[in-house]
Write a protein that binds this ligand. Structure first.
Ligand code: ADP
Length: 475
């Protein structure tokens, strides 16, 4: 059963009970008051007759207006209940008194009784005639109650008819009001159904009513849809990048595999290959194999950074790390100047091996993209809450339009396409730094060289009081 129907039925039942109770009270109040008025009237008539000094039932002088045509009927009976006198307007009828009523009258108590004579309803008032403390008989006065009963019947019909009409109108109005109140809820249901069928999270519930409970439900529902839409887009984007990533990785892996296969087939088919050429082919195979191993390692590193597990970081001293790196890379830089500088006590919160891996990636790029005689600098600057580590080169620089893309997986500039890299170095570096709670940013312009800055947090106990710089400053 729908809520609308249940609400209408509940409201109508309450109204029906209220109307019935009201009708009964009104009817009973009027019935009792009509009866009271009739009893008072009969008692007054009797009083008027008694004022004529009635001695015995056989000698009563009836009021003049009761003879023949009056609506007031009189009768006198002895104490056995035998009629001894009555007015003419009673014709052949006589006014009855029940056995119980007779006993009451005999005990000296007046009695009111209702009866029907000749299809006409009557109220009879029987009053004892007492002489010398004994009941000689009784007098009866009666009047028709047809008019009152007719009025009560009319009232009863009006109340029942009125209640039925009121109920019908109320049920109709209740049905319409419940429908209007539940309309926004139906809209919510319809919107939810459409979203389910179309998988379209851009839809919203249109609610123009006041900000009541339904209004708040609509607002919350729309907010939930916005969150769902965002989450859905994120998942779609993640899936899309995953597809691109798999496609790019397969593409990059296919090149060395194809070269290796070509060379191996050559060695397999041709038996008389000169020694020199055979060695060159094997060197090719080994080089391609190494390229593949590098790529697979890079892919594994990226996959690891995608995992949600946290990395344990420590407060590490930078000068020993820089010295170690300097020893390892000095050989690479034959035609260039490589400078390393760091405050002696500089520290940063990081994972030592991962930070070293990132610095090697950045330095590898700096050497790759800096022509002979250029300068490459590795430096550190300790600030209040951060340590900045910069890898700066005077190389070819990066065009402004390429800057947003260099951290994307497999992105390489046109100049770099024929080189040994796969465009995974910077994405790995960025992901590793972010895993350690830091940031990697770049400033560069074509022909001016590039500056890659790693921003890492500093352990609070390493903050020096004299260092009051609180904002990040870049060279
Ligand atoms: P790869 O591993 O192939 O070098 P990276 O992700 O490290 O790829 O770098 C992506 C691209 O960013 C490079 O192909 C190059 O175009 C640009 N790039 C990175 N570092 C530098 C730099 N120091 N100077 C100029 N261009 C750079």
């Amino acid at each position: 059963m729908s809520i609308r129907l249940r609400l209408t039925l509940l409201y109508s039942s309450i109204l029906a009970v209220t109307l019935t109770a009201f009708s009964i009270v009104v009817y009973l109040a009027l019935a009792y008051s009509t009866q009271d008025i009739m009893q008072d009237t009969l008692a007054l008539e009797m009083q008027r007759l008694l004022e004529t000094d009635v001695q015995s039932p056989g000698f009563v002088k009836w009021p003049d207006d009761s003879l023949g045509k009056s609506e007031t009927y009189w009768q006198a009976c002895d104490n056995e209940g035998h009629v001894v006198g009555r007015t003419d307007n009673l014709q052949d009828h006589h006014l009855p008194l029940s056995g119980k009523g007779l006993e009451q009258v005999r005990s000296g108590q007046p009695v009111y009784e209702s009866t029907v004579i000749n299809n006409a309803p009557l109220m009879i008032y029987s009053y004892p005639i007492i002489q010398n403390e004994s009941v000689e008989g009784y007098l009866q006065v009666a009047r028709s109650t047809a008019e009152q009963e007719q009025a009560l019947h009319l009232l009863q019909t009006s109340l029942i008819g009125g209640s039925i009409i009121t109920m019908m109108i109320a049920v109709g109005i209740g049905w319409v009001i419940a429908g209007a109140a539940l309309k926004p809820v139906n809209q919510l249901t319809r919107t939810a159904q459409i979203i389910k069928e179309e998988r379209n999270f851009e839809r919203r519930v249109q609610h123009h009513g006041p900000p009541d409970e339904i209004g708040q439900l609509a607002v919350t529902f729309n907010a939930m849809l916005a969150s769902l839409q965002e989450a859905y887009q994120q998942v779609a984007q993640a899936l899309q990048s995953q597809r691109w990533f798999v496609a790019d990785a397969s593409h990059e892996l296919r090149t060395p595999l194809t070269i290796m296969r070509g060379n191996l087939v050559l060695l397999q088919r041709e038996s008389g290959i000169p020694e020199e050429e055979r060695k060159a082919i094997l060197t090719d195979i080994v080089e391609e194999n190494e390229r593949m191993i590098r790529l697979v390692n890079d892919l594994l590193t990226l996959a690891r950074t995608d995992r949600s597990e946290t990395i344990e970081v420590n407060d590490i001293r930078l000068s020993p790390l820089f010295a170690e790196i300097e020893r390892q890379v000095t050989g690479i830089c034959e035609d260039c100047t490589f400078m390393v500088s760091t405050p002696p006590n500089a520290t940063a919160v990081a994972e030592r091996d991962l930070l070293k891996q990132v610095l090697l990636i950045l330095l590898d790029n700096a050497f790759k993209f800096t022509p002979a005689q250029g300068t490459i600098k590795l430096s550190a600057e300790q600030q209040a809450a951060h340590t900045l580590i910069r890898v700066q080169d005077s190389g070819i620089g990066i065009a402004q339009q390429d800057l947003p893309r260099i951290f994307q997986r497999f992105y390489r500039s046109d100049q770099a396409r024929n080189g040994s890299g796969y465009g995974l170095g910077l994405p790995i570096a960025k992901a590793l730094i972010e895993k350690q709670g830091g940031q990697l940013i770049v400033e560069s312009s074509t022909g001016q060289g590039s500056v890659f800055t790693i921003i890492l947090p500093t352990a609070s106990d390493t903050i020096r009081p004299e260092s009051s710089i609180s904002t990040l400053q870049f060279a």
